[in-house]
Design a protein around this ligand. Structure first.
Ligand code: 2HA
Ligand code: ZN
Length: 283
């Protein structure tokens, strides 16, 4: 089957274009990866190339040996993906040590996989160990979530609780909460290690003053998680723009009721009592 016609490819391209149109991918900002299913690889294997050099990943991911990924290219613009998928995307295979990759398809005018490949692959490794269902890692630069990293304490508990309070659906969509990494140099193994540690607990990890990573089982759900978190962040930015304090909000006991009604378990560490209804500086 033609690689571009595969459903996973079409879903990936649509997701990238949706993200661009949301305004989350200025210039070459953001990156996306999908762990391809063996049965999908089987359908396109005859059309893949096997002569490209093996290149170091910049991270060790032995549990991903032999896996194939569809990834965005380093320096490529999300804006161009829909019109030029073969020039902006790549399918890569991981070697049997989990240390090198080989380009099997795409990047027809040259280039390499996303600069955040270490973070993508380490997150995939952590998530796959939890469930084979996890297949997508998505990094974007949504303005509201980034704005909040300048005014909220960089703590998982604070970001989770404040985002949950902004929309009733939030604790149902991300009941495990969100993690936060303080500012670090992007693109290397160090930030990948910090992010993947938090991916042990969360499906979303915020990078202070930079963006956010989301993990999920498919393009639809992972995009939906990003969208839900950024919408909630937008509401919080609007609230903070009007007033430093909330007149009323969703209270800890309301969240407990919600957990019962929607059959989700909400960790008590996010349901702390606050000293006042002022957000900034409160923990
Ligand atoms: O330019 O988003 O984090 C791609 C990025 C790096
Ligand atoms: Zn980024």
């Amino acid at each position: 089957m033609k690689t571009l016609e595969m459903a996973f490819m079409q879903g990936f391209i649509r997701m990238a274009d949706d993200g661009f149109r949301m305004g989350w991918h200025e210039r070459n900002g953001g990156n996306l990866s999908y762990r391809i299913k063996p049965e999908e690889v089987a359908l396109i294997k005859g059309r893949l190339r096997h002569d490209a050099p093996w290149v170091p990943i910049g991270a060790h991911v032995p549990s991903l040996a032999g896996e194939y990924f569809l990834v965005t290219g380093s320096g490529k613009f999300f804006r161009d993906i829909k019109d030029d998928p073969e020039g902006t995307l790549a399918i890569i295979e991981i070697d049997d040590k989990g240390e090198n990759y080989q380009i099997k398809w795409g990047l027809v005018e040259g280039g390499k996989p996303t600069s955040e490949l270490p973070a993508h692959l380490m997150n995939h490794a952590v998530k796959r160990a939890k469930s084979e269902d996890y297949r997508v890692i998505y990094h974007a630069h949504p303005a509201n979530i980034i704005a909040l990293t300048f005014v909220l304490p960089l703590k998982d508990e604070v970001f989770t609780r404040e985002l949950w309070e902004m929309a009733t659906e939030c604790p149902v969509v991300f009941p495990d909460g969100v993690g936060v990494v303080g500012w670090m140099v992007p693109g290397g193994e160090a930030i990948a290690i910090e992010t993947s540690k938090l991916m042990e607990r969360y499906d979303a990890v915020i990078w202070a003053h930079h963006g956010i990573f989301c993990a999920g089982d498919g393009a639809h759900t992972t995009f939906g998680l990003m969208h839900t978190i950024e919408k909630s962040a937008e509401i919080l930015v609007k609230v903070l723009s009007m007033s430093p304090a909330k007149l009323q909000t969703i209270e800890p006991d309301n969240f407990r009721d919600l957990a019962g009604a929607f059959h989700v378990s909400l960790p008590e560490r996010f349901l702390y009592e606050k000293e006042s209804n002022t957000i900034i500086g409160k923990e």
